[in-house]
Structures are given as structure tokens and as C-alpha cells.
Design a protein around this ligand. Sequence first.
Ligand code: UDX
Length: 434
Amino acid sequence: MNVTVIGTGYVGLVTGVCLAHIGHQVTCLDVNLEKISLMREGKSPIYEKDLETLMHQNKTRLTYTTDYKLAYSQADVIFIAVGTPSNPDGSANLTYIYEVADQLATHLDHDCLIVLKSTVPIGTTLQLHTYLLQHLLHPIHLEVAFNPEFLAQGRAVKDTLTASRIVIGTESESAQKQLTELYCRFNAPIVYTNWASAELIKYASNNFLALKISYINEVANLCERIGADIEDVATGMGLDPRIGKHFLQAGIGYGGSCFPKDTKALYHLTKQLDEAFRTLKATIDTNEAQVLRLINRIPTYYPSYKDLTIAILGLTFKPDTDDLRDAPSLSNVKFLLQQGATLRAYDPVGMPNYQKIYPKEITYCSSIKHAIKDADLCLIFTEWQEIKSFDVSQFALLMKKAIILDGRNCYTLSQFKDLPVVYSSIGRTTLNQL
Ligand code: UDX
């Protein structure tokens, strides 16, 4: 089939490249010429494992363009994968979706299936369908579907090619049939629903995962008070197949482009509907508090931030991505800078993006050792493999005072046996060996 994907962010580009990989002819459309030029050279504008390799392997089936008329002219199926950022009140901003809708309504001159892939508030597919029909310039037949994605950054290609499920939300048999054909070479279970259910599956899945994280984080906080160990507790819970071991990793809270935004967007919607979604509110509140849990411990060790040199290991919201959206490091760094601390940071891939936000306020270091050298304190915000495999004896050797506050439980307590350090993590005993 001829497929056009509008928007070449994580969702759009990965979807486009994976659809090309299973044999479709795909045009990736974006307004950003810089990104399009990069992709034409075979380079991915995002840091995502295996993406460039697949772009290269399938280059004869992939076209990148900013020319929307060209992109729409041959398409049998058009995916909308533009951003839906948060408004200040937490609701989803649909401006980009409706800009695309205007363009489609004006320029489409042949029958086509429009597939909404961006995460949108419940009811948006219906509204978009109505809007398109009202604004169509040409007498054509348009079908609309909602088809959410469940890919996680850092493993987006794998998550797409070996999807846990494909959700096809339609209100007509022909749209359902066309999407089934499009995806037939993906070997994944397909869930057929109407528009509203498909929209809710996306939100409910993300929010359930966020709830699971907030829950385990509160269990971890309790562990600290009663002398329990969250790693043991999570293992003991996760072996129950009804609970499952995934998303029980306690830490300083979730970040990223989805969980913070989607929890707030669904909460906003439920408030409008006068439905008290109490667990959702609790998830959001818990996460906001959890993100600041480490820095609240700093006054235990130092009376003032003014003369402190703090090493920060890990800036991105999780490993294997250069994405900083809602990364827990951000609110912590903002606070520490306001307090007058001196910051030295290291992240394997996140530093160029961080430099765009804080060009001069932070010293960016070339290695973990470089960052912790002579520091008074070390904060860990992301569990990069490089940080997890770091030789912990170096903290004691290189830091001025080896106080390590680990927000991602990168090390076992036994690794610090006999070392002159303070090691304070999430949901475990603090080692005070200085
Ligand atoms: C998430 C969903 O996993 C994905 O299905 C959806 O399509 C988009 O949102 P992503 O945001 O890329 O994907 O990352 P994910 O791996 O889910 O992690 C999100 C955040 O939760 C990260 O900050 C991570 O550190 C945190 N997290 C995750 C935990 O704190 N504990 C866990 O056990 C798992």
C-alpha cells in the first residue's frame, strides 16, 4: 500500500520505517526541512536503536518530504502522528492535529483512510471525522480510524515490529479491513474496537503503568521507614503472575513524553465529566513528590548548597534515549541551580540536548570519573548501563566526600562493602560508612 505518515517524531518515523520494512511504500512528511534533509542523507533525527539501520535497509521504499501535496497525492492510508503537547491546564493541545485536518480537507482529491496515531483525548476521532467531512473540498470518500501505538523510547523499533498488540479502532468494516491488511505482516494479536474504546485503551494502558510505578515508589518509601528492602519486596510481588515483574522498579519517579502528559490529560477529561478518577490523581501527586525525594536528603549532609559541588550522573528521563521531556533531572537541576550549587554533569547521550537548556550553568564532563572528581555529593538520575557498571570504589577515591544519592538503585548495597561512602538509594537502607 502507499502510506503517508505526517510527523516524524518517535511515533511517526518509527511507524513509517517499520511499515516500509514490511513492504509498504512510505512517505514521511514533516514541516521541519532540517529533519527531512537529515533523513534524506540516511540519518535519523532521533536517537533510537536500530532505526538508522532499518532506514538504510528500506531506503527504496522510503521518501522524506516537506511537500504535503506530493505526500497526499498517492496515499491509500495517511497516518497522523503529530504532537499533542499539554496545555497549561493539563489538557491535550490539538492545534497540530487540526492544522493537518485543514490541509487534508483542502487537498485530498481521492478516497483515503485517515489513521489517527497521536495520543488524543477520548472523543477526538469522532470530532476529527466530523470536522473532515464538513470541510472536504472534493467529493471523496474518507474513512477515519484510531490506531494507538505502545512503543517505548529506546526500544521503539522492537516494540513496533514485535508489538504486544495492535489496536484498531474503527466505525466501519471497510476501514477495519484496510488496516488489517496493512498490518497483516506484523505477527501480533489484533484488538478491534470502536473509536472511543481504542482511545481509552491507549490512555488506560499508559496510566496503569504510571500507577504501577507510583505504587511501587510509595511501597519503597515505606520500606525506608521499616527496614525493608524494595528490591526484595518487588521481586516477591512480581513473581505473582497476576502482578507481573515489569514496572516495579522503584526510583525518583517517571518522566518522558507520555506518562506525565497522558496522566494529566486523562485527569483533566475526567474532571470535565465529573468522574472522580482518584487513583489517577494519586498517581500524579505521588510522582510529583517522588521526583524531589533525593534532594530533600541533601540538608542531612550539608547545611547549605552555596559551596557545594554536585556531580550529576544521568540527565535523560530513562536510559537509551536522548530525550529530556519531563526528565526528573530537570526539576532537580533547576532547584539546585536556584540554591547556588555548582553542578558537574555526565550523561552518555543527553548532554547536547541539556546544553540547549543550560548552556553555561552546568559543567558538562567527558566521563563519570571527570564528573565526580572532587565533588561533595553525587546524584544519580538515570540508570544508564555505563553508570551501573561503573567501578564504585572510584567514588571513594575521586570524590572530596563520597556521598552518593542514587535515584535509580544502580548498585547493590554489597558493592559498597567496606568502602568509605554514604550510599543512599530508594527504598533501601542508607549505608553511612564515612
Ligand atoms: C511509555 C510506555 O512504556 C509506552 O508503552 C508508551 O507508548 C509511551 O510511554 P516511554 O515513556 O518511552 O514509554 O518509557 P518507559 O520505559 O515506559 O518509562 C517511562 C518512565 O517511567 C521513565 O522515566 C522510567 O524511568 C520510569 N519507570 C519505568 C520507572 O520509574 N520504573 C519502572 O519500573 C519503569
